[in-house]
Design a protein around this ligand. Structure first.
Ligand code: GLU
Length: 316
């Protein structure tokens, strides 16, 4: 039994990511679970060891450490490809030659609304029924396919620890990208299952991915973990945080006036903790995380987005 936090090393973590990381760690440890960090570095263009080191360092400073050395997703490629081969053998995959732009145009052109919520980037099924000749023609034109799962527009429901019951339809999503790299949806399912992860806490922007991942669990005969999708930290007008919102990474926030301890206390308060339940002192010190976890009550997680200005007011 274990929980995990799985950042993509494509830049510095912002306070929203740090809040999710703390929530995931406290949730796991307060329930007596193990806790792991996984570096999701499959996107070799955007990911770097430089960002990885900075992220792990920031996490350690706020008291978020795994029980073992972090797992690197790129070290597990052979496992991802093993499962891809299994899915292909079972005729559950088909090659898709569409570009993002073609998919967007097709979705825009579709007159009728889909039945029930579909993921915002749902695939309209264009390449599902290509003939052998059509595939060969596209390959001769130099197109390289991504591989999509036949998800059969299945409707999936799950009960989230924070967001309650969530239902959505699953489109035919990509499991191997056109450059041959396993897609996030596939890698996350295999890596979580192989590591014995039975609890996933992450940002609520990933709820549409959850329906897809549960579909993969079904097809691969895996148990789905329990899910806790934490609301994001947003700008005052509800937008996702961006660089223009000022200091949002730990390195930018911590200064002569603001300590790591204050930032962590503000994040814990935003996770629903009472001030008197917050353990003081350096969060990176041994024992801090387990002492804090003992005082953590997951039923206090809020289900509304947190505004960055409110956090700033509480550490400022
Ligand atoms: N690597 C993903 C991200 O940073 C999170 C994946 C997950 O928690 O399932 O957005």
């Amino acid at each position: 039994m274990a929980g995990r936090f799985a950042p993509s090393p494509t830049g510095d973590l912002h306070v929203g990511n740090l809040r999710t990381a703390l929530g995931a760690m406290l949730l796991a440890r307060s329930g007596g679970r193990g806790f792991l960090l996984r570096v999701e570095d499959l996107d070799h263009v955007a990911a770097s060891e430089h960002h990885e080191a900075r992220q792990l360092d920031d996490l350690a400073r706020i008291g978020v450490r795994g029980d073992d050395e972090p797992v690197r997703q790129s070290d597990r490629l052979h496992r991802h490809l093993e499962v891809v081969a299994e899915l292909r053998d079972r005729d559950l995959l088909y090659p898709c030659y569409c570009t993002r732009r073609e998919i967007r145009e097709e979705i825009e052109a579709a007159a009728s609304a889909p039945n029930g919520p579909a993921p915002p980037d749902a695939y309209p099924g264009t390449c599902r029924h290509l003939t052998r000749d059509e595939r060969s023609r596209l390959e001769r034109d130099g197109r390289r396919p991504a591989w999509r799962l036949r998800a059969d527009d299945e409707q999936i429901s799950f009960v989230d620890g924070i967001a309650g019951e969530r239902t959505g339809r699953v489109d035919d999503f990509v499991v191997v990208r056109a450059d041959g790299v396993p897609a996030y949806q596939l890698a996350v399912v295999i890596d979580d299952a192989d590591a014995g992860i039975d609890q996933v806490a992450r940002g609520d922007d990933l709820i549409p991915s959850t329906w897809r991942q549960i579909r993969l669990h079904q097809l691969l005969g895996l148990d789905s973990p329990e899910y806790w999708h934490l609301p994001l930290v947003v700008a005052a007008d509800g937008r996702r945080l961006a660089k223009r919102d000022g200091a949002i990474s730990l390195r930018d926030i911590v200064s002569a006036e603001v300590t790591v301890e204050q930032v962590v206390a503000a994040l814990l308060t935003s996770l629903g903790m009472d001030a008197d339940a917050i353990v003081g002192g350096d969060p990176s010190a041994p024992g801090w995380a387990s002492a804090q976890a003992q005082r953590f009550d997951p039923s206090s997680f809020g289900s509304e987005p947190v505004v960055i200005d409110d956090l700033r007011a509480s550490w400022g």
